[in-house]
Design a protein around this ligand. Structure first.
Ligand code: NDP
Length: 282
């Protein structure tokens, strides 16, 4: 079975659109983009487009690459104070000279749509989240849509980033899976992955997970988004996941494609987080 991000994200957006029709306030999301990173620009424009689709106002604040941490914090402070703004998102990665942690902590937790502020991360790990980070939440929504319950299953998460791997593990644990987290220092990665009923690949290495690593009938969720050179493509590159879709799809019971999988869910859940935070405030 293909777990289709287009179908599930469309359903999630449709559900939200209806709720927003009844909502007493026009929602507003502020997106901060520092510099001119092509992938970041493309993510920001897909977020803008998605906001438009469901009727959320979006505002992209494009800032010079040389902005200082202090200047960027000042921009965030003014958005924190702006009643009109329901959600604030700082597109990552930031240029190296900017202190990312300081920036994420400057966002008012009640407007932290990405769920990266330590307050929201702490609540998540205590099992008391107000919101959940968009990509792991998107994975959980996708599993739920296809009636795949993690309860009692062995889930293996490959990757331990603060953005994907760690919160993904926390959500699966909360959903009563037995969770193993693997990373670059895990010996015998293949053996760990082979034991999984549910595999979540969030590594950032093109097609690293092959058929030989997957248990017969496992559910495979590919979070990876990797650009690989492709002279046959007019863009000069192709997007592939961390999973070798062609071979793994022959053995998995369910699998997400890349593109067309988790990436679309991430954007849909960003819209939901904007709504959830706004609902807490009105
Ligand atoms: P990071 O680079 O922050 O983390 C990658 C993780 O993979 C690290 O924990 C690293 O281990 C681990 N890792 C690296 N190499 C290996 C290896 N050989 N074996 C086992 N583990 C390894 O990436 P992100 O978590 O931010 O993103 C992961 C992927 O997901 C990327 O392709 C990114 O583009 C994509 N992504 C997709 C999103 C979506 O919406 N679909 C959203 C966000 C990200 P260690 O900690 O030891 O270094």
């Amino acid at each position: 079975m293909i777990l289709d991000g287009k179908v599930v994200a469309a359903a999630r957006k449709q559900e939200l659109r209806k709720l927003l029709e009844e909502f007493p306030k026009q929602l507003h999301l502020a997106v901060i983009l520092v510099g001119n990173h092509p992938a970041s620009r493309s993510y920001v424009s897909s977020k803008e487009k998605a906001c438009h689709e469901v009727g959320i106002d979006s505002q992209v604040i494009s800032l010079d690459e040389n902005i200082t941490t202090e200047e960027l914090k000042e921009v965030i402070r003014s958005l924190n104070a702006d009643e009109k703004v329901d959600g604030i998102l700082v597109q990552l990665p930031l240029p190296n000279h900017i202190n990312e942690q300081e920036i994420l902590q400057a966002i008012d937790p009640s407007k932290d749509v990405d769920c990266f502020h330590p307050y929201n991360v702490g609540r998540l790990f205590l099992g008391q989240p107000i919101i959940q980070p968009c990509t792991p939440k998107g994975v959980m929504e996708m599993l739920s849509y296809y009636n795949i319950s993690p309860a009692g299953k062995h889930a293996v998460v490959i990757g331990r980033s603060n953005i994907v791997g760690k919160p993904m593990a926390a959500l699966l644990l909360q959903a009563n899976a037995t969770v193993t987290i693997c990373h670059s220092r895990t010996p015998n990665l293949s053996e760990e992955v082979k034991r999984a009923d549910i595999v979540i690949a969030a590594v950032g290495r093109p097609k690293m997970i092959g058929r030989e690593m997957i248990k017969d009938g496992a559910v495979v969720i590919d979070v990876g988004i990797n650009r690989i050179e492709d002279p046959s493509n007019p863009k000069g590159y192709t997007i592939v996941g961390d999973v070798d879709f062609e071979s793994v799809s022959q053995i998995a019971s369910a699998i997400t494609p890349v593109p067309g999988g988790v990436g679309l869910m991430t954007v849909a859940e960003l819209l939901w987080n904007t709504y959830t935070l706004a609902r807490c405030r009105v």
